[in-house]
Design a protein around this ligand. Structure first.
Ligand code: ADP
Ligand code: MG
Length: 265
C-alpha cells in the first residue's frame, strides 16, 4: 500500500456539511493533509469532530465543496470505487463497531482476510497486536463479553493491523486508563513512522502534548482554525522509519515478514 506521490493525501476545498435542512455543522473547510503526518483534531463536544472524520473515511458526502483523496475526486467517485479507497483507511469508531459474532482475534484478523492475506501469515501479527494492547488472554472472547475499554483496544488493533495509508480514530482513548492511553498513542506513532497518516479526534487536550511531532487541527462550532500552521504548509518532518521501540507490533505488511519488526528480526 503506497502513499500518493503528489505531496498530499487529502485535500478539502470549501467543504460544508449539513444534516437534513438544519444549519451547517461544518463550514468553509479548506485544508490539506500531508502523507506521513500525525494530526490531532480537537474541539469541544459538538464542534463537529465526528462529522469531519466521517467525511475523511467516506461515510458521508459533504453538502458542498470538493474533497480529493489519494488523488481521486471523492465527490464524483463512482460507487464501485469506494470500497477500494476505504480499504486504504483504518477507522477506530467511537462506538467500536466490532462484529458481534466474531472473537477478538477474528475481528482483528478481518482486514487481513478481506485483503486476501494467507491464513499462515495472519496468526502472528494478530496475536502480537492483541498482546500489545493487553488482550493476550482475551483473544477468543466475543465483544459482548469484553469491557468498553477492551472493546476499544480490539477496535484499535483492527484499525491498524493492515497498516493502512491513513488511520482515522474517533476519541480512541476515551475508555481506557491514562497508562493505556499512552501505550495506544505509541502504537499510532509507530504506525505513523511507517508512513501512515494519522488523524486522532480528541477533546482531551492533555493527549496533544504526548505526541511532540503532532499537528493540531482545531474545530470551533464547525470551523477550523490552524494554531500551528499545520494545514497551510507541508510539515518539515521527513517521514522517517527506524528507531522503533523493541517489542512494538508492526501489523501485517506484504513484503516484510510479519511480526519481525521492532528489533526482533
Ligand atoms: N446524524 C446527525 N443528524 C443531525 N445532526 C447531527 C448528526 N450528527 C451530528 N449532528 C450534530 O452535528 C454537530 C456536530 O456533531 P459531532 O460531529 O458529533 O461533533 P463532535 O464529534 O465534535 O462532538 C452537533 O450539533 C450534532 O448535534
Ligand atoms: Mg464526536
Amino acid at each position: 500500500m503506497n502513499q500518493t506521490a503528489d505531496g498530499e493525501i487529502i485535500h478539502f476545498d470549501n467543504v460544508g456539511l449539513r444534516y437534513g435542512t438544519d444549519r451547517e455543522v461544518l463550514s468553509d473547510l479548506s485544508f490539506t493533509l500531508y502523507p506521513g503526518s500525525f494530526y490531532f483534531l480537537t474541539g469541544a463536544s459538538g464542534a463537529g469532530k465526528t462529522s469531519l472524520l466521517r467525511l475523511l473515511y467516506l461515510a458521508q458526502r459533504p453538502s458542498r465543496g470538493m474533497i480529493r483523496m489519494f488523488g481521486s475526486d471523492a465527490i464524483t467517485l463512482p460507487r464501485d470505487r469506494l470500497p477500494g479507497l476505504r480499504r486504504r483507511i483504518g477507522v477506530v469508531f467511537q462506538d467500536f463497531r466490532l462484529v458481534p459474532h466474531l472473537s477478538a482475534f477474528d475481528n482483528v484478523a478481518l482486514p487481513l482476510r478481506v485483503a486476501g492475506v494467507a491464513e499462515r501469515d495472519i496468526a502472528k501479527p494478530v496475536a502480537d497486536m492483541l498482546d500489545w494492547v493487553g488482550l493476550a488472554d482475551r483473544m477468543q472472547a466475543r465483544p459482548a463479553t469484553l469491557s468498553g475499554g477492551e472493546q476499544q483496544r480490539v477496535a484499535i488493533a483492527r484499525a491498524v493491523i493492515a497498516r493502512p495509508d491513513m488511520l482515522v480514530a474517533d476519541e480512541p482513548t476515551g475508555n481506557v486508563d491514562p497508562d493505556m492511553a499512552i501505550k495506544l498513542l505509541r502504537l499510532f506513532e509507530a504506525l505513523n513512522r511507517l508512513g501512515t497518516t494519522v488523524v486522532v479526534a480528541t477533546h482531551d487536550v492533555h493527549l496533544l502534548q504526548k505526541v511532540p511531532e503532532s499537528l493540531i487541527m482545531r474545530l470551533d462550532r464547525g470551523r477550523l482554525s490552524d494554531p500551528t500552521g499545520a494545514l497551510r504548509y507541508p510539515p518539515r518532518r521527513p517521514t522517517a522509519s527506524g528507531g522503533m521501540p523493541a517489542g512494538m507490533p508492526m501489523g501485517y505488511s506484504a513484503g516484510a515478514p510479519a511480526g519481525t519488526a521492532g528489533g526482533k528480526a
